[in-house]
Design a protein around this ligand. Structure first.
Ligand code: FE
Ligand code: CA
Length: 553
């Protein structure tokens, strides 16, 4: 068992600055023999850092990406989670080097029946985060886990394994969340979702907001991003995630519920598309920022490093997750591989905007893609081989068309280039492929638009008489304010494929899947400004097996 050798490379000054790592006078090395943690597999010679009363697991724990025999566990050492020192992420000097910590996996919530234990590195290069992939466990059951460093213990988290491949599964309950701007309110939606104890939570983007509210806007902020500046560098992105994870509702959600996670734009910058930003003149400059943002995202999420370890500005986020014969969930990445938004002004910039379709022939170009060629092909391959009863496509933005009538000229309609309306050729390919493969019960999930949508996705989205090939639910936001209800409703007559819309309340979606039906509850909180907000169900929809289109329950 290797010792934690990094100690001797840490100066006394740095250790004092860390605050959590003790430096006892006269002690040759700031480590002690760990006696509080007695797992025999660790041996009795292992030495761990002393944290001097400061628990380094301030950001909690998380689990995700279940397979038939395992999952990935996450934590991050951060004794000073909002450290302003860029050379000391989370309060640990970057020069300290990797820190070995212990973990234990149990079959019971009190960790009496330990199934597995060992050590794993909190990597200095990744902000002292841990991404522990585990296999060899039993299918379709919960496990509980805890980390330990220098006698300090993390809270206990819960993880689950999926059913073994193709095994029959009679129920799967999913929470679906997006758009949790910390400045815009309290995370009561996360609290109530955790109380529901679904099997899994799908995060569909805008997990953080990189920006800050300032000027006249600041008056609307209910609480503030701690650093007061828009995140653009690795230390600032790190601290943004850390601040969100210090929220007790979000931290408890991750401890109790396993997650599947994709992103939207605000994890990096508003409305970016691939390598194009609305503020950078040169994509190469923007990619430096994207690299920092993706890295911080990785450092804070329960993502499998075998797939998602970032490489500079690139990170493989999309993935497929099977839950027996009941459900296949494809988590898509709608941002990283996008073509530039159509008909945007400055040549090397991107940005979402409204265009009149007739004024923008580029919109329909066949080579424009939301998902990028490789991800599209991967998705179609998965659809072709899926045996699941329910096929969930979880991604970031509204897929259905939404045509907004323009004041002048009177009969023109505008669409948003930042949503699937901006990538009609890709949308048409995807819907045609769903139709051709006769994919069983396809359901699209989305976020971004801070409102509830229940829509029919037609084979030809421009033709309301063409067959409906998939159903769509878009969750409202956890906190972010929705678009103006009355003005949106004025356009609904022009969009008959929209079965339901409401932008006035914050909350989440609860999905209950059985072989017979998918039931979707649109869950809303009483007041985003109230940390103790209560919960209600706004509406319930059902999709019966084999029948496209959600109906009111
Ligand atoms: Fe958002
Ligand atoms: Ca967004």
């Amino acid at each position: 068992m290797p010792l934690i050798a990094a100690s001797r490379r840490v100066s006394r000054r740095k250790l004092l600055r860390i605050g959590g790592v003790a430096l006892a006078a006269g002690l040759a090395a700031p480590w002690i023999r760990n006696t509080a943690f007695g797992m025999s597999s660790l041996g009795n010679t292992m030495r761990l850092p002393i944290w001097r009363g400061t628990n380094p697991f301030s950001l909690g724990v998380a689990a995700g990406e279940p397979s038939g025999d395992g999952f990935v566990l996450w934590t991050r050492l951060a004794p000073d989670p909002l450290s302003a020192d860029p050379a000391a992420p989370g309060g640990i000097a970057a020069a300290t080097g990797d820190i070995e910590i212990a973990y234990e996996i149990a079959e019971d919530p009190d960790l009496r029946v330990i199934r597995r234990g060992g050590t794993v590195l909190a990597e200095a290069a990744y902000g002292y985060s841990v991404h522990l992939e585990l296999g060899g466990l039993d299918p379709n059951r919960p496990y509980w886990y805890r980390f330990n460093s220098g006698g300090m213990e993390s809270r206990i988290g819960k993880a689950v394994t999926a059913p073994a491949g193709g095994q029959s599964l009679d129920r799967l309950r999913l929470g679906v969340v997006s758009c949790s701007n910390y400045e815009r309110g309290y995370f009561s939606a996360y609290r109530h979702l955790t109380d529901e104890q679904p099997d899994l939570v799908l995060f569909l983007g805008d997990y953080i907001y990189e920006k800050v509210m300032h000027g006249g806007n600041a008056a609307h902020a209910l609480r503030h991003h701690s650093d007061g500046v828009a995140a653009a560098t690795l230390p600032h992105y790190r601290n943004r995630y850390a601040q969100y994870r210090l929220d007790p509702d979000l931290q408890r959600l991750h401890a109790e519920l396993p997650a599947l996670i994709t992103w939207d734009d605000h994890e990096v910058q508003n409305d970016y598309a691939g390598i194009w930003s609305e503020t950078f003149d040169h994509p190469a400059d923007f990619l430096l920022r994207r690299a920092a943002a993706y890295r911080a995202f990785y450092e804070h999420m329960p993502l499998r490093p075998s797939r998602a370890l970032p490489q500079g500005p690139d990170m493989r986020l999309y993935g497929r997750f099977d839950f027996g014969d009941l459900a296949q969930i494809s988590m898509l990445d709608g941002r990283q591989y996008r073509s530039r938004e159509a008909c945007y002004g400055p040549p090397d910039r991107g940005g979402g905007h409204q265009v009149n379709a007739g004024d923008c022939p580029e919109l329909d170009a066949a080579d424009r893609s939301m998902l990028g060629g490789a991800q599209e092909q991967w998705l179609y391959d998965g659809m072709a081989t899926s045996r699941a009863r329910w096929n969930i496509l979880a991604q970031d933005v509204l897929m259905a068309p939404f045509r907004q009538r323009q004041p002048a000229p009177e009969h023109d309609f505008a669409v948003s280039t930042d949503r699937w309306d901006g990538y009609p050729a890709n949308r048409a390919r995807l819907l045609r492929r769903i139709h051709e493969t006769q994919l069983s019960n396809p359901v699209v999930l989305g976020g971004d638009i801070h409102s509830f949508w229940t829509t029919d996705l037609h084979l030809d989205p421009a033709d309301e008489t063409s067959p409906v090939v998939a159903s769509e639910f878009v969750g409202t936001s956890v906190t972010s304010p929705g678009p103006d209800y009355d003005s949106m409703m004025r356009d609904m007559n022009s969009n008959p494929h929209v079965r339901f819309f409401d932008s006035r309340q914050r909350g989440y979606l609860s999905l209950d899947l059985t072989p017979a039906a998918l039931t979707a509850r649109l869950q809303v909180i009483s007041d985003v400004r109230d940390p103790q907000a209560t919960l209600a169900t706004l509406k319930t929809f059902v999709i019966e097996n084999g029948r496209t289109g959600a109906v009111t329950a």
